[in-house]
Ligand binder design. Structure first.
Ligand code: ADP
Ligand code: MG
Ligand code: MG
Length: 869
């Protein structure tokens, strides 16, 4: 089996094998771009390495050294040569880009002898030792796991002694000194000398990259981004080119379009006399890419030309790494650039206008989950006028947010889990901070540019981020930061504007965005292609209006019990529940009737004649009851019965397993008058609207928790009798449907029976998942995380439909249901209705619609379009 591919043998199509980086380097080589030569060890080799219990086997080593000797031939240099050594980088790269998550080593092949050769052959001792000290540090960090800071401390100390500010001001003597000190650190930390054998260096580095696939931050990143663990990483070995050879050399990163707003203009940064990560790591403040035009017009023009070429070739916005070695331009990486959703939509729409991509392709370019970013608030204009700007940084990732400041990712995670909005304030972020970044509402850094770690990661997550706010002086130990003479303590509020880079003290109110322009054009295209209808779960007129703005085509789930929790209603509801006779209960229900009728009227009216599915009362009754002694006493007083009596009823209603207890249609079988009242409210609302406004509302009345046809028949009988009476009395004819939720497994597997009396099905996949797995929804959170960490479950089944189990039941229910009733309307109303992967599954099952919370409606619209393409 072939485990190593030369750049000349590969192409973009081999991405699964070569990883994104390796495949694109091969592709660029193939189309004739200036890419330093090299070869890639495949992801299969990585997986094999783990199968073989993390040892590199002989055949693989031979294949690697074979390719290394080709590289020696083509470069005219020899690996480890003491006169003119070949140096290489060892780079990680998985199929899906995971920026900064795994490790790379530069300048490999240097040792105490070859560094002298490099100094002579380049006539540049400073450069040779600059490369060597970098190599030792990276090797120490990545291969030997010695904290980077141990090296940095020595470096900083030397800079102080020499009273210089930047690395580039260090002399060749200083760098030699650092080289020696760094070697000492290694010997001290790992008890053996820094390896002088270059082949050993190479093999150790390759192993380190394989191992970095499983480092904690890479694992977290994969979990957040749904990247499977079994893919493995490729390792690319590439001849070095040097941006640190002096003032005609440099390195940089650029995006072919603005990754923050999508503007069609080259966007990037570079540093002269620098190497590798210097730009990203915020070592010095980089210059804007356009300034390269003055310094080195030839290289700049060539770069512009290549950027255009790459964008056309990949038909997408590119994120490009380049290095200039003594005036000569090299491309070191290209990939489809990460971008904010705002940019993604603008770029997709622009590229359709430019004739570069089709509408279908444009739709596929935007991640539905990410639409969420756009739906979130911006600062309230009025509030903003009075707000005090304390400082300004770079507008690294758009959006607006306010929150309490915390200085460590752990504190942010803690604050977030106790329900606070937290802003992470850091000198600069590093990949270890990732969980804190996820848990934050915004990120502020004191150092680093637009392509710094914080900026890139925040944009990917759609988090608001202000980077490189140089005036912010952080004192982590005392948990404060200062801006000139102002001091901000942990827990103080600040606000961030990721569109301008402004930082404010205090909280600034935020408001909902205007979804116009390219967003509407784009969503309009999505609507052209999707087959699924998108409904919303809405319980109040306010939710309903919001959902309509987001494009909902109906209500798939209106939970009537949410109307009961209102302060003025809950006492009446409690009275109803605590009644000991039917008469008492009916009295309480009579009070609730007009309230519910009014709610339904408003919801129906807001929806026009769009379909509305209303679920009759579902939760166990004790959820409505007071449990604190104080509340029980108050209730007793109000109802003029004894405290003791109420306490008894409350404890009678207590269940061991309420989610499997007396709830759903089971309530109606015990207390038919509750559903009677609800149906009456629904139908009377429809009657009134028809009379008053001429609206033809067709209510869809939904019975929860049915598992047995006779249950449904019993309840349906109550419903039809109630409706018939109202129609007769009012003389107004109302069309309506009676259907059921499919959420008990028995209902799914007897769906042909159930469909005899159900005119529609709606999958309640929350309960269906709970009962299929036997995982309590309310308790499973604690252990499901373990299941996911240990790869027993790929994903929490409450978040994404479990296609093999729960999905199978759905499939059975659809088939059986349609056998009985060919025109059966079927939808889904669980949380899954707004989750793209589950939406795709619903499309495949040929459902009629999905229903989700208002803010997820645009996500579902796009996911449904993507499923149909
Ligand atoms: P990451 O995936 O973290 O971006 P890379 O493998 O791209 O890591 O490398 C890190 C840095 O080193 C990048 O700036 C890259 O351009 C630079 N680099 C990698 N290989 C070489 C090389 N052969 N010559 C010069 N610079 C290189
Ligand atoms: Mg890179
Ligand atoms: Mg349910």
């Amino acid at each position: 089996k072939k485990f190593v591919y030369d750049f000349m043998e590969g192409s973009m199509d081999l991405k699964p094998l070569l990883g994104g980086k390796g495949a694109n380097l091969a592709e660029m080589t193939r189309i004739g771009l200036p890419v330093p030569s090299g070869f890639t060890v495949t992801t299969e080799a990585c997986n094999e390495y783990y199968v073989k219990n993390t040892v590199l086997w002989d055949e693989l080593k031979q294949e690697i050294f074979q390719h290394l000797s080709y590289l020696e031939e083509s470069s005219g240099k020899r690996f480890g040569d003491i006169h003119n050594p070949l140096l290489v980088s060892v780079r990680s790269g998985s199929v899906f880009s995971m920026p900064g998550m795994m490790d790379t080593i530069l300048n490999l092949g240097l040792n105490d002898e070859s560094v002298e050769g490099l100094a002579k052959v380049t006539n540049n001792e400073r450069f040779a030792y600059d490369s060597y000290r970098r190599f030792i540090q990276m090797f120490g960090d990545v291969v030997l796991h010695i904290g980077k800071y141990k090296f940095d401390t020595v470096l900083e100390k030397r800079k102080q002694e020499k009273q210089v500010e930047n690395d580039i001001d260090l002399t060749s003597e200083d760098l030699k000194f650092l080289t020696d000190e760094f070697k000492k650190i290694i010997e001290r930390e790992v008890k053996h000398k820094f390896p002088q054998d270059v082949k050993q260096q190479l093999l150790m580095a390759i192993e380190a990259v394989f191992k970095s696939w499983n480092n904690p931050r890479a694992k977290v990143y994969r979990r957040i981004n749904d990247i499977p663990d079994h893919l493995g990483t490729a390792v690319t070995i590439q001849m070095m080119v040097f941006g640190n050879m002096g003032e005609t050399s440099g390195t940089g990163v650029a995006f072919t379009r603005n990754p923050s707003n999508g503007e069609k203009k080259l966007f990037g940064e570079f540093l002269m006399n620098a190497q590798g990560e210097d730009v990203v790591a915020g070592i010095r403040t980089p210059q804007e890419i356009q300034a390269l035009n003055e310094k080195m017009p030839d290289a700049y023009n060539k770069f512009i030309e290549l950027c255009e070429l790459l964008e056309k070739h990949y038909m997408d916005m590119q994120d490009i790494e380049f290095t200039i070695e003594r005036g000569e331009l090299y491309i070191l990486q290209t990939r489809n650039g990460k971008r904010t959703t705002n940019a993604a939509i603008n770029i997709a729409v622009d590229m359709v206008d430019e004739g570069l991509i089709s509408k279908k392709e444009a739709i596929m370019r935007v991640d539905p989950q990410q639409l969420d970013q756009l739906l979130h608030p911006t600062f309230d204009e009025e509030d903003l006028k009075n707000a005090e700007v304390i400082t300004r940084g770079l507008p690294a990732s758009s959006g607006a947010s306010y929150g309490k400041i915390y200085f460590s990712p752990e504190d942010v995670v803690k604050a977030n889990s106790s329900g606070e909005k937290a802003i992470l304030v850091r000198h600069e972020t590093s990949p270890e901070d990732i969980e804190g970044m996820v848990a934050s509402v915004g990120i502020l850094t004191a150092r680093g540019g637009m392509t710094s770690h914080a900026a890139v990661v925040a944009r990917g997550m759609g988090k608001c981020c202000v980077a490189g706010a140089g005036e912010v002086k952080i004192d982590e130990a005392s948990r404060i930061f200062k801006v000139r003479d102002q001091v901000f303590h942990e827990g103080d509020y600040i606000s961030l504007n990721g569109n301008t880079g402004d930082v404010y003290s205090g909280e600034i109110k935020t408001e909902n965005p205007q979804l116009t322009g390219n967003f509407q054009i784009f969503m309009g295209w999505a609507d052209q292609y999707r087959r699924l209808k998108i409904r919303t779960n809405a319980d109040t007129p306010r939710d309903t209006k919001q959902a309509l703005e987001f494009g909902a085509e109906g209500i798939g789930l209106c939970r009537t019990e949410h109307m009961f929790f209102d302060d003025t209603r809950i006492p009446v509801v409690r009275r109803m529940i605590l009644s000991r006779t039917i008469e008492q209960r009916k009295k309480a229900l009579d009070l609730l009737l007009p309230m519910q009728r009014q709610d339904f009227k408003e919801i129906f009216e807001a929806m026009g004649e769009k379909p509305v599915t209303i679920r009759l009362l579902d939760p166990p009754l004790h959820e409505f009851l007071p449990h604190e002694e104080e509340d029980i006493r108050a209730l007793a007083k109000g109802m003029e019965i004894s405290y003791q009596q109420i306490k008894e009823v409350v404890s009678d209603l207590k269940e061991f397993n309420p989610m499997l207890g007396h709830r759903g249609c089971r309530l109606a079988i015990t207390y038919p008058e509750i559903y009677q009242m609800q149906v009456q409210a629904i139908i009377e609302a429809a009657v009134e609207l028809k009379k008053e406004k001429g609206l033809e509302v067709v209510p869809e009345i939904m019975v929860p928790l049915v598992g047995e046809l006779k249950e449904l028949q019993y309840v349906k009988d109550i419903i039809t009798k109630t409706v018939d009476e109202i129609i007769e009395d009012s003389g107004v004819d109302i069309k309506y449907l009676v259907g059921t939720m499919i959420e008990v497994p028995r209902a799914a597997i007897t769906a042909d029976e159930i469909a005899k009396d159900a005119e529609f099905f709606s999958f309640g996949t929350n309960d269906l998942t709970q009962m299929t797995y036997g995982f309590s929804r309310d308790d499973a959170g604690a252990f499901i995380k373990e299941y996911v960490d240990k790869n027993i479950l790929e994903k929490d089944p409450f978040q994404r439909i479990d296609r093999d189990g729960v999905g199978k039941l759905m499939e059975i229910a659809v088939d059986l249901g349609k056998k009985t009733r060919a025109d059966l309307k079927i939808g889904i109303c669980g949380e899954h209705g707004g989750e793209p992967n589950s939406v795709e599954f619903c499309h495949m099952l040929n459902l009629d619609y999905v229903s989700c919370s208002p803010y997820r409606v645009p996500i579902a619209r796009l996911a449904a379009a993507q499923a149909a393409i």
